[in-house]
Design a binder for this molecule. Structure first.
Ligand code: SME
Length: 160
């Protein structure tokens, strides 16, 4: 696993560079989706969903993403693993999406998923969603890496 951990260290450094070079939160989010999808072999779909301002009941809207097109461009908070993460404000890791009744299918190839909320001043503003073609692809260090990405975006959004 040493090689995999080294890869995560390299990606962390790349994320720091991306953060310092991005002029806006939007640019940073786009860069994160590209970087994670290209550098992390198991991260087969990487995208942001953001809460639409002023919509009641609240809806998550697909933003920047890399990977196959998804039918789920708008997700209410009571649907999907995405809705679960946004409504609880907690990271959700699903090792086997086909055994989770909340799962909204995006691709038949997807086997596992992680969704990490993005906060702005303590409130959920959106989330970073990653799907893998491999079962149980997201361990503790993946969770730490994806939460780090979400924190970078949070800081940017708080300063805009
Ligand atoms: N699987 C997600 C829907 C989004 S797609 O994965 C891109 C869910 O269950 O909420």
């Amino acid at each position: 696993m040493a090689t995999v951990n080294m890869q995560k260290e390299v990606v962390r450094k790349e994320l720091e560079r991306l953060d310092s070079e991005s002029r806006t939160a939007d640019e940073l989010m786009k860069g994160i989706t590209l970087l994670l999808n290209q550098q992390m072999l198991n991260y087969n779909w990487v995208g942001f969903y953001m809460l639409e301002a002023g919509t009641e009941p609240p809806v998550l809207v697909l933003g920047h993403y890399q990977g196959a097109m998804t039918p789920h461009v708008r997700i209410p908070l009571n649907e999907g693993i995405c809705g679960a993460a946004a409504s609880t404000g907690e990271t959700v890791v699903v090792d086997d999406v086909n055994s989770d009744p909340r799962y909204l299918s995006c691709s038949l190839e997807t086997k596992s998923e992680i969704v990490v909320p993005v906060f702005v001043r303590g409130q959920v503003a959106g989330e970073l969603d990653i799907d893998s073609h491999f079962p149980a692809a997201f361990g503790a260090d993946d969770r730490a890496l994806v939460e780090y990405c979400a924190q970078l975006v949070s800081k940017r959004l708080e300063n805009e």
